[in-house]
Ligand binder design. Structure first.
Ligand code: FEO
Length: 163
């Protein structure tokens, strides 16, 4: 059994993960409209992964006998300015999510909730991966600048993401 405080914080994290999914879906729509099918594919796969993160927390709350409470999901932006901005915003968003996961770990430690600490370790590791991937794409897009051929190549690479 987990405390009410931990259950509330995990429910709030479900909302953040679902917002992440929604945000990446909005980015996918923006990229598609800009003719960047590879970027759109990558963002679509990412949106699916975020839903998976939400479901991991959902399942954990169920396993712990806590009630899942779903709140409203905020509307994401629809215009991101450029392909580079899309990934700069992805990186900034993932940094916020990392901070949120770390705050959850802090709470679980404070509550002496060992099971939740163990469950959250997966998210801690996942965030390292997520930030690193986004930072890598931002670096590539900085290198490419406004060169259409470079953007085309990054688009092709991103479009190869399995999912
Ligand atoms: Fe669910 Fe991208 O963190």
């Amino acid at each position: 059994m987990i405390s009410k405080k931990v259950a509330e914080a995990l429910n709030a994290q479900i909302n953040k993960e679902l917002y992440s999914s929604y945000l990446y879906l909005a980015m996918a729509a923006y990229c598609k409209a800009e003719g960047l099918g590879g970027f759109a594919k990558w963002m679509g796969v990412q949106a699916g992964e975020e839903r998976g993160h939400a479901m991991k927390l959902y399942g954990y709350l169920e396993d712990q006998g806590a009630k899942v409470l779903l709140g409203a999901i905020a509307a994401p932006p629809s215009d991101f300015g450029s392909a580079r901005r899309v990934f700069e915003e992805t990186l900034a968003h993932e940094q916020l999510i990392t901070a949120s996961i770390h705050a959850l770990v802090d709470l679980a430690v404070k509550e002496k909730d060992y099971a939740t600490q163990g469950m959250l370790q997966w998210f801690v590791n996942e965030q390292v991966e997520e930030e690193s991937t986004a930072a890598e794409v931002v670096a590539k897009l900085k290198m490419v600048g406004g060169d259409a051929r470079g953007i085309f190549m990054v688009d092709r690479e991103l479009g190869a993401r399995a999912g």
